[in-house]
Structure formats: structure tokens, C-alpha cells
Design a protein around this ligand. Structure first.
Ligand code: FBP
Length: 302
């Protein structure tokens, strides 16, 4: 379970209502985002702040969520992976959104996600400022997984086409026996220490490769079956690809709350400190023993 040195006194009252409202908006918007995808499988013509080509669907999902989340009472900032800076929308919690995670999966019609992290501080916040995180997975069905400080549990919902949603797992926890693994980045760019770790994973006959190219799909495999997902440090990109505020903290928080572990190679993702909104970090999440092994392989690397 996640422990914080300075816990928010009590996630009740206003904070709890705001978290409820944000998660409700995300769930109820998911069918519209899904329905909006077919006509938006084309490049928008712009780059996002991380220098990646935006798809029309990225922009559509961002605008829809921005409009709705900004209207929620006690939300102070809306920030998105698709925008250079956070938008000041009032006083209160900071909400960071990756509107469409894995949007390169649009063309081959594979799984994608929406990620949300809610921080009780200004941005860039730290991983210990999270009061809730969630993701929607647009797979064969649409599901949402949430982790909240208030309950210290991870809950999975199925979202129906009309926007209503219901609990399918009240308290999700990582299975004890890991069986799946998936790692991003071009293999020739993996560093030696990581390569050796992957060889140790692959030499275990109980482990099967599951990699789909959208972090949320891959992390959901790990939460369902147990195992490890990583987008590692690369020889040509030491910080990897994924962004701390939008991807690293929320998946780290969700997996840790589900009884697993997270790491940047050396420490919990929640202890990574970066002072830029769009900063990146290597991301590894999964069963505690696999993350411990990973960290021992990576120990000699900065
Ligand atoms: P986006 O949020 O821009 O889609 O990028 C994130 C992501 O798609 C992750 O979901 C995935 O793990 C990774 O990038 C895959 O990147 P690549 O195909 O470049 O290795």
C-alpha cells in the first residue's frame, strides 16, 4: 500500500467531492471519446509539447475533458499532455490528463487509454501529492480503474455506452504469481543492465510476452495477471519516453495501491522529483519481487 510522509489530513468533504466529480466526468466522457475516434484517425498537423505528432483524436479528447473538468468546483488547474502549460481554472486541486494514451494505436485499431492524476498541490506536483489517479481502457470493452487516497483501494468499473458505469472489482490487487511482461523502446537502444534483466525474465518459463504499444493496455495486463511493464531508460534517451506528471506518477500510484511496486530504476516513481510539467522518467511497474530484481540489475547505472 502507498504510504505518505505528510498525508493529506483527511480526504473528506471538499477534496473527496471534487475527486468524485472528476472521476465521474472521466467515466461519463469515455463513451463519447470512444465514439469520436473513427473520424479522427488522422494527424492534426501540430506537435504536442513533447514534440510528437498530435492526432485529431488527441485534440478532440483533450478539448472535451478540458471543458468538462474545468467546470468542476474546487479544480484549480487543468493540465494536459497536449498543452504546453496548465490552465488556471479556479482554486483547488490540480488535474493532469493524458487524454489519449497510445494514440499511435489508432490506425491499427488497438487498445488505448485516458489517464488522469489529481494532485493536492500546484504543478509540477510530486508523486506524494496525488489524492487519486485513474485510467480508462478503450479495449474490447471500456473499463476504468481508479485508486484513491480516501479508500486506499484500486477499483475496476465497466463503462456502458450510455456513460453509466458499475463496479466489477471493488478491491483489485496484483496477483501474487507474475506471468506477463512487456517492455517499450527499441531493443537496440536498451542499456546493457536492462538487457540482462530482460534475459532473466525471459529465462523464466512461467513468463509470457504481452506488449501492445499503449501503456494503459500493457499496465492493465500486469494488474490483471501479475508481471512487469516497463518503458526503460534508453541509450539515446536516458529518461525514456513517458512523462512523470501525466503517466509515471498515476500508474505508479495505481500499481502501488494495488499492492505492487513502481520504480524509475532506483526508487519508487512517487519519489521521482522533476521541476518541469512535461519532464520524462523511465517507468517500471509490477510485482514487488520483479521491481526489486530490476533495481538490483540497474543499481550501477546513474
Ligand atoms: P502518447 O501518450 O503520446 O500516446 O505516448 C505514450 C505511449 O504511446 C505509451 O502508451 C506507450 O507505452 C509508448 O508511448 C509507446 O511508444 P513507442 O511506440 O514510441 O515505443
Amino acid at each position: 500500500m502507498v504510504t505518505r510522509e505528510n498525508p493529506t489530513p483527511d480526504e473528506t468533504g471538499q477534496t473527496s467531492d471534487t475527486v468524485d466529480a472528476v472521476l465521474d466526468v472521466v467515466a461519463r466522457s469515455a463513451p463519447e471519446i470512444r465514439e469520436g475516434l473513427p473520424g479522427r484517425r488522422v494527424a492534426h498537423g501540430e506537435e504536442n509539447p513533447s514534440g510528437e505528432t498530435q492526432m485529431a483524436a488527441d485534440v478532440f479528447a483533450d478539448e472535451l475533458l478540458c471543458e468538462r473538468i474545468s467546470e468542476i468546483e474546487n479544480v484549480g488547474v487543468y493540465a494536459s499532455e497536449e498543452r504546453e502549460e496548465g490552465i488556471d481554472v479556479g482554486n483547488g486541486l490540480s488535474v493532469c490528463v493524458d487524454p489519449l494514451d497510445g494514440s499511435s494505436n489508432l490506425k491499427p485499431n488497438a487498445a488505448m487509454g485516458t489517464i488522469v492524476a489529481i494532485y493536492d498541490d500546484d504543478l509540477p506536483a510530486t508523486g506524494r501529492d496525488i489524492v487519486a489517479a485513474a485510467y480508462v481502457l478503450y479495449g474490447a470493452t471500456t473499463t476504468m480503474v481508479t485508486a484513491r487516497e480516501k479508500t486506499d483501494t484500486v477499483t475496476e468499473y465497466v463503462i456502458h455506452p450510455d456513460g453509466n458505469y458499475q463496479v466489477v472489482h471493488e478491491e483489485l490487487s496484483l496477483p501474487d504469481d507474475p506471468t506477463v511482461y512487456g517492455f517499450g523502446g527499441r531493443v537496440p537502444h536498451w542499456v546493457e543492465e536492462f538487457r540482462e534483466f530482460v534475459e532473466s525474465i525471459e529465462s523464466d518459463p512461467s513468463m509470457k510476452l504481452r506488449y501492445g504499444g499503449a501503456m494503459i493496455g500493457d499496465v492493465n495486463q500486469v494488474l490483471t495477471y501479475g508481471g512487469i511493464f516497463g518503458y526503460p531508460t534508453l541509450g539515446n534517451a536516458p529518461e525514456g519516453k513517458l512523462r512523470v506528471q501525466f503517466e509515471g506518477y498515476p500508474v505508479g500510484y495505481i500499481v502501488e495501491t494495488a499492492g505492487g511496486a513502481s520504480s524509475d530504476g532506483h526508487q519508487s516513481l512517487l519519489d521521482v522529483e522533476k521541476d518541469e510539467l512535461h519532464a520524462r522518467t523511465p517507468v517500471y511497474v509490477g510485482n514487488r519481487e520483479l521491481i526489486d530484481d530490476l533495481e538490483s540489475y540497474m543499481a550501477d547505472r546513474d
